[in-house]
Design a binder for this molecule. Sequence first.
Ligand SMILES: [Zn+2]
Length: 334
Amino acid sequence: MQAKLDQIKASFQKELLSVSNEDSLREIEIKYLGRKCELTMLLRGLAQMSDADKRTFGKAANVLKLEITEQIENKRSELGIGGSESTLDVTLPVEPLQMGKLNPLTSLQYEIEDIMRSMGFMVAEGPELESEYFNFEALNVPATHPARDMQDTFWLEDGNLLRTQTSPVQIRTMLAHGAPLRMICPGKVFRYEAMDASHSHTFFQVEGLMLDEDTNISHMKAVMAELLSTLFGKEVKVRLRPGYFPFVEPGMELDFSCLLCGGKGCRVCKHTGWVEFMGCGMVHPKVLEAGHIDPKKYQGFAFGFGLDRLAMMRYGIHDIRLFYEGDIRFTKQF
Ligand SMILES: [Zn+2]
């Protein structure tokens, strides 16, 4: 073993003498220090030796390895090739930085805000952590009301809750601004629901309210048709069906004409030619009173729709969970 090491050392030193340029130095470096060099093989062979031999020859082999490394480095500076620092080339292009992009829900929200502002609606915000009063009582849903079961609520230990709808912002905005009033409130809402491709415990709603002395349902139809037509870049028809929501009277559901099949019927519109879009109606007098607005003088409509569903239809996304995973490969596509 020791003889073998001596032999490697001798032949290395002999060959090193004849080195005159970078290429031949590199060759020697690979031959004596490379992954398949004799020295490396010897070191691997140590495993089969006795403990005493391992110590003796292991040490000797490592000493030789260091010697060879040092001599090669010396030769390198002798030849003026420079050390390893010179391999850092500051002119090389850097790895491109990954740029972020707005979530499609956010960009769609901004678009809706712009369109609604152009029709004179203000954009309001409200707290996501709400009191029971604003989320239910003020919206004509008292504690005994069966409609409370329609929304599975995340309750907090102190009796507050995560808002199940953006509607409490209606009350807050009425109290802050009075009537006449045009407002929308886009925001996050929370329901105690299992996640699947079409449900999420967190999702986005857009709430809207318009109050004046003679505001009526025809105004709402016009506003929604304008919003949807501008969003989709072509004329969208809307229709109303009776519906029930405690905070409106009469309550309605609004559908819009299916954009995928042009009304002929397809899988998305369940072959009806219409897509269910939102709940709406004329604001209940009790809700106006909770907002300190005189229901004998003012009236108007309110609506609320899901931003996620609208974005899914617009961009052809089939799984709501994609919006909330924060995967840049997803957001970059929009
Ligand atoms: Zn269709």
